[in-house]
Design a protein around this ligand. Structure first.
Ligand code: SAH
Length: 245
């Protein structure tokens, strides 16, 4: 999987991509991250990349030519590369979106700055993604979030195949509670069932706790989770025992 990043601040990527899992993934060539400075595609002595907004208003707007020139330069020879603009106005990044993007082989991530990019950049973009309903100073942290979330779905990156299968959102639910040693910590015990060695019972418990947790914290996810009849039965029980509805 190749990530090509168009940014005014390539240095912002170096430390987050060094160390830990992403560095190992890069060393193993499971992912490649190439950094391109938008300034290198700007013309003139001063290589200006931003300008005042037409119509007035505060802040600067990123000029279309350097970004589009950068995209075209990376795309030449790589027509399959998908161009994604990071913007708070884009499709919200959810695990299902991450899963879809993880199937691609080449993504070009365009990071905006200031008050964002000239509207005409959108014409050369395949897709727009937002990492959440808040506004960042730049697309760089958003691009890093995308790389991180996508990379951990690429086979081999987590080392342990299937390690991401039970994660929150992967089945439309939040993950069940997890414990490790010690068995007793400050008077709080690990649930007995997890020590039982009875895998079927453990599976059932985990399913129930994932449903409980999702219902308590993110009921909005349940409507989209594609619940089985059995899941629905467990949910009805949980609702009944809590005295709600
Ligand atoms: N004025 C713009 C926001 C500009 S923020 C607007 O209201 O839409 C500056 C840059 O940060 C954007 O161009 C975008 O690349 C990035 N950015 C900010 N918030 C983001 C978010 N939630 N998701 C993805 N990118 C974001």
């Amino acid at each position: 999987m190749i990530f090509d990043i168009l940014t005014l601040f390539p240095d912002m990527f170096r430390s987050p991509l060094a160390g830990s899992i992403l560095e190992k993934a890069r060393e193993a060539k499971l992912i490649t991250v190439n950094l391109f400075n938008i300034r290198d595609y700007a013309e003139g002595k001063h290589r200006v990349t931003d300008d005042d907004p037409y119509g007035g208003g505060t802040g600067m707007i990123m000029k279309p030519e350097p970004i589009i020139r950068g995209i075209k330069a990376i795309q030449s020879g790589h027509p399959e590369a998908r161009v994604i603009l990071m913007t708070p106005q884009g499709t919200p990044l959810r695990q299902e979106v991450v899963r879809r993007l993880a199937q691609l082989s080449h993504i070009i991530l365009v990071c905006g700055r200031y008050e964002g990019v000239d509207e005409r950049v959108r014409a050369v973009v395949d897709e727009e993604i937002s990492i959440g309903d808040y506004v960042l100073t730049g697309g760089e942290p958003a691009a890093l979030v995308m790389i991180d979330a996508i990379a951990r779905l690429i086979p081999g990156v987590l080392g342990n195949e299937g390690a991401s299968e039970d994660d929150s959102f992967s089945r439309g639910l939040l993950e069940y509670p997890q414990y490790t040693r010690p068995r007793s910590f400050e008077g709080r015990e690990v649930p007995e069932i997890l020590l039982s060695g009875d895998h079927q019972s453990i599976e059932r418990w985990r399913k129930r706790e994932a449903l409980r947790r999702t219902w308590e914290r993110r009921p909005d996810l349940l409507t989209r989770a594609g619940l089985s009849d059995e899941d629905q039965k467990i949910l009805d029980e949980l609702r009944g025992s809590s005295g709600a509805e």
